[in-house]
Design a protein around this ligand. Structure first.
Ligand code: 0X9
Ligand code: ZN
Length: 319
């Protein structure tokens, strides 16, 4: 699992997880199909004991196709929680506190595209969007930036970080939730609306732990203090392992970007603790950004898991 898995290999991995576990603790299903017809699987993991109602932690990866460390991190979370091959007692504690829903690959078409050898004279590895072909017939104008397509304060104005140009890498789509991939995530979020206590969306890169709002710089959230302090636990653990993370509001710390999933999860689904996690590397310090050598994946995901566990313990204490 410390390799970059292709779309098909992710399916095989999930199948092997299901074979090794019981349907009662680990439930795998699909939330829908992508534009090109690929299944989008999700995993629900519950503990063995404590049938009492628990809150749910919702985690996704692979909204942006070139950010390969993101599905890799989601797969690590599934492995740790569902199989717990390291027999980590903290995992049992976490499963007593929460159920987990993990969607490891929100944008399977874009991801599969980044695995294709370059064509049209260019490389496909840096593709960010989905692969819908509804809005322009030119090959470079395919797709929608799914992290601009969610329906909370959706806006395709460039000063809100989205674009109305189908050829732009941050094309917001013609309207919010125009895409099957964002609709798929919305459906799963809505059907678990009342249970979700925390949301983590994996992206890369830059080492930021971001909370809403992302759509504008000049709006504050009333519970910023709480979101900051839960995220700070992650930052502190990561710093001990030599990863320097910045914690802050999305628009202020990074840039305004309307239509992001974490704004929607907070604004519409009503989840207080809604975060976008920009995984390593840190901005500027390395020769690569989205292209992390495979030999470094294990260290990054195992270190990051420690930070995520600490954040979840803190989140439970707060909720
Ligand atoms: O631009 C994005 O969608 C995210 N960064 S990335 O480099 N992974 O593309 C940041 C999203 C943060 N959320 C908002 N600013 N709304
Ligand atoms: Zn991203």
């Amino acid at each position: 699992r410390y390799k970059y898995l292709s779309y098909n290999q992710i399916h095989d991995f999930l199948e092997s997880v299901q074979k090794k576990t019981s349907q009662a603790n680990v439930y795998i299903d699909v939330i829908g199909k992508s534009f090109e017809g690929r299944d989008t699987p999700y995993v629900k993991i519950t503990g063995k004991s404590h049938p009492r109602p628990k809150g749910t932690i919702f985690i996704d990866g692979g909204i942006h196709s070139r950010e390969w460390i993101s599905p890799a991190m989601a797969i690590e979370v599934i492995h740790r929680l569902a199989l717990n091959t390291e027999q980590d007692p903290q995992v049992d504690q976490l499963l007593d506190m929460f159920d987990f829903i993990v969607v490891p690959l929100v944008n399977p078409d874009g991801y599969a595209y980044t695995f294709r050898p370059g064509e049209n004279g260019g490389s496909t590895r840096m593709w960010r969007k989905s692969r819908s072909s509804n809005y322009s017939s030119h090959y470079s104008c395919y797709g929608v930036d799914l992290n601009r397509n969610f329906g909370y304060e959706w806006n395709d104005n460039p000063s809100y970080g989205g674009s109305s140009d189908p050829c732009s890498p941050s094309f917001s789509g013609p309207f919010s939730f125009s895409e099957p991939e964002s609709q798929n995530l919305r459906r799963l979020l809505l059907s678990n609306k009342d249970d979700i206590k925390g949301y983590l969306s994996f992206h890369s890169y830059g080492q930021y732990m971001l909370y809403p709002w992302g759509y504008r710089q000049d709006v504050e959230i009333e519970d910023e203090h709480d979101l900051f302090h839960v995220a700070k636990v992650f930052r502190d653990v990561m710093l001990k392992n030599n990863y320097d993370y910045h914690v802050g509001g999305s628009a202020k710390s990074l840039y305004p970007a309307a239509g992001g999933s974490s704004d929607y999860v907070k604004g519409v689904i009503g989840v207080k603790y809604s975060y976008t996690l920009e995984l390593p590397p840190v901005e500027g310090s390395t020769p690569y950004g989205f292209i992390i050598p495979e030999r470094e994946v294990e260290t990054i995901v195992t270190d990051t898991w420690k930070g995520i566990k600490a954040l979840l313990f803190r989140l439970h204490y707060h909720t």
